[in-house]
Design a protein around this ligand. Structure first.
Ligand code: FUB
Ligand code: ZN
Length: 664
């Protein structure tokens, strides 16, 4: 960070000089705008800045994000020329100074994502130094914006006359980068009230609006992202033309009048409303799905909702790994056919972030736990696997089997995943709660230590969770309305307690808790029957008083998971899951070869919590005794959470283990 500080002063002086300002103090905290409602969504998400996750599982993640991931990413953006590119572009615009762009065409997008992450951390906890750094960086971005609003340093630095002339060349990604700037600006404004980047985004979006659209250029972005960003800008400004442009881009995809198709790799083979199967580049596909859902909740266009549902089912019923990962092949980083899920998966971190965000949108549209189940599976497994426990090493691919040769990196030439995870983790709080303003209900989708304070109906309510989830299923939820009031609290009952099969029958679990072991519920110490679940949620309606306490106990058995027989590689194999956590076995823990690990349905398995191991995890072993030294010794079976793999050096790893009956 020190280096960053020195550099930021230099940047600030440079930017101040460009902007004719001598202000070196962080601006006064701005007031957050009123958050707009999504008119066609049943639920409204509680924004991440109203959710505190100060300790527990997510508290540790947020701490790593603030202390390690963001400083590390800023440092990498400096070292790799990503920030320098903005300086060069600013110099080009200020005095026509020539320079040479450094790195991949779309490196600007990483800087925007880091600015988004920085803004979110500053919104969560007052941090004037971080806010000052963010403002300095934003000033530099603003200085790199052309007078007409255009911004893309690859073109500005030494190809200013080629702007938008390479739309059909793969991965030039002008519109994708612009989308990331606009998204970062909208998030920054909503979370902090700061308009600095929003002003840049408005100028940029106005420029795009002039260049593209029904009466202008007919192309769509090769890589989706701009569409959802425009909806975010619409929400931030109330300016309808941004929503209309987003909708136009969506409807223009798959329509090839006056333009060439980007093909099914870019979901451009069919009009979006007719798309039923998820195909092509997995990240792009998810960003498209998010965008369609965003336009639906603002317009109520039913055909768009239908497309979302079809694409959701295609993704999660037939093309999703047990880790919640998606994208089976490195060939164009894409989906393959139904049930074609090789364990040497591609499963790019960005794609799983996309799936979490798509699931979150579907959950607001239709509060069904099916969406939250996928969200949780992908969050704790496929997504978290993308970042090391310390927060400064990353996976781009998230394979389910490894020979130990592909390991985490500090950064990559194409660093979309590190920068994506860097902005995603600070916003994880938004996945926890939603409100249904019409029914005055608060939905708890995820469990985790922390609290949230939000408006419900006419008053404020605070919810505090005390729990050791995801390792234990005991949750104490304290409800504190500003005054005693009637409303409803809806608690998600996780999938492993509700169903032994995932929707679409892609996976099924054994060892489902028996009826007597099912969840228990108490209010202020008095047992309460959870009653009939509604779409996977247990609904409790009553007059809540300050300090009322709901106690939930979800049993967390170790579950054996099996794939649908159509997933060829997993026939005769079993995976382990406990609560939302999917497990893997790493070669360094095993006596003999990794291939010697064979599980029998008769083998008794034991869960042990190890507070000092891998940041505090529950492991699964086949030993009944609680051997203190078990971790340091090699074992016949030691399974660790999949997300925590490759944190002790590179080693072989497997999620799916061969299964053999003892009697065989
Ligand atoms: O192309 C931009 C980003 O880089 C994509 O989202 C990733 O898959 C990687 O190709
Ligand atoms: Zn990525």
């Amino acid at each position: 960070m020190n280096r960053m500080l020195k550099c930021s002063v230099a940047l600030l002086l440079f930017a101040s000089w460009l902007c004719g300002s001598s202000n070196v103090i962080a601006a006064e905290p701005a007031e957050r705008p009123v958050q707009t409602r999504r008119p066609f969504a049943k639920l409204q998400p509680v924004p991440f800045f109203e959710v505190q996750l100060n300790d527990g599982f997510w508290g540790a993640r947020l701490k790593a994000s603030r202390e390690t991931t963001i400083p590390h990413c800023i440092d990498q953006c400096e070292k790799t020329g990503r920030i320098k590119n903005f300086e060069l572009a600013a110099k080009k615009l200020a005095n026509n100074e020539d320079g040479n762009y450094i790195g991949l065409w779309f490196n600007d997008s990483d800087v925007y994502k880091i600015v988004e992450g920085m803004s979110c951390l500053a919104a969560l906890k007052k941090d004037s130094e971080l806010e000052k750094q963010t403002e300095e960086l934003v000033k530099l971005l603003a200085a790199a914006q052309d007078e007409d609003g255009y911004i893309d340093t690859y073109f500005t630095i030494d190809r200013r006359d080629e702007r938008f002339k390479h739309i059909y060349e793969p991965s030039r990604h002008e519109l994708y980068c612009m989308g990331h700037l606009i998204e970062a600006a909208a998030v920054r404004y909503q979370a902090t009230g700061h308009k600095d980047l929003l002003d840049v985004a408005i100028k940029l979006a106005d420029h795009i609006d002039k260049e593209f659209g029904p009466d202008a250029r007919p192309e769509v972005p090769e890589h989706e992202q701009l569409e959802l960003a425009l909806v975010g800008l619409y929400r931030a400004t109330g300016e309808k033309k941004y929503l209309e442009l987003a909708k136009w881009f969506i409807d223009q995809r798959g329509v090839h009048v006056r333009r060439v198709s980007f093909g099914s790799e870019n979901q451009d083979h069919l009009p979006v409303r007719k798309q039923k199967e998820i195909v092509g580049h997995a990240v792009r596909a998810m960003y498209l799905c998010m965008s369609i859902a965003d336009v639906y909740v603002e317009t109520g266009d039913k055909e768009l909702l239908e497309a979302c549902r079809n694409l959701w089912e295609s993704t999660t019923y037939r093309k999703m790994y047990v880790t919640g990962g998606i994208g089976a092949t490195g060939h164009f980083e894409a989906f393959r056919g139904d049930y074609d899920l090789p364990n040497l998966a591609y499963s790019e971190t960005c794609a799983q972030i996309g799936l979490v965000r798509f699931a979150h949108r579907m959950l607001q549209i239709d509060p069904h736990a099916e969406y939250a189940d996928v969200l949780e599976r992908t969050l704790y497994n496929g997504t978290l696997s993308g970042i090391s426990l310390a927060g400064d090493r990353f996976f781009y691919r998230n394979q389910l089997i490894s020979d130990g040769k592909y390991c985490r990196s500090a950064w990559m030439d194409c660093s979309c995943c590190p920068s994506n995870v860097a902005r995603f983790v600070p916003q994880v709080g938004r996945l926890f709660y939603s409100t249904d303003p019409a029914k005055k209900s608060l939905y708890v989708h995820l469990y985790g230590n922390g609290s949230c304070e939000t408006m419900l109906g006419d008053g404020k309510v605070k919810f505090a969770q005390k729990t050791n989830y995801p390792w234990e299923g005991h949750v104490e939820l304290t409800v504190t309305p500003d005054e005693s009031r009637e409303f409803e609290v809806c608690l998600r009952v996780p999938q492993w307690l509700r169903q032994t099969e995932t929707p679409g029958k892609l996976y099924h679990m054994t060892d489902a808790p028996s009826a007597e072991e099912q969840m228990t519920l108490k209010i202020n110490g008095k047992p309460l029957s959870p009653g009939k679940l509604e779409n996977g949620y247990c609904r409790i309606s009553r007059t809540w008083m300050k300090g009322d306490m709901i106690e939930i106990d979800f049993p967390m058995p170790i579950q054996r998971v099996y794939s649908n027989q159509k997933v060829q590689e997993n026939r005769g194999h079993v995976a382990l899951q406990r609560g939302p956590i999917v497990y893997c076995v790493e070669a360094l823990d095993i006596e003999g070869q990794l291939d010697s690990v064979v599980l029998s349905p008769e083998t008794k398995l034991f869960a042990r919590h190890r507070p000092d191991f891998l940041g505090g995890v529950t492991v699964i072993t086949d030993k009944a005794e609680d051997l203190e030294s078990e971790i340091s010794k090699k074992s016949s079976l030691l399974a660790i959470p999949y997300y925590a793999r490759d944190n002790r050096g590179s080693t072989g790893m497997k999620v799916w283990l061969p299964e053999k009956k003892v009697s065989d």
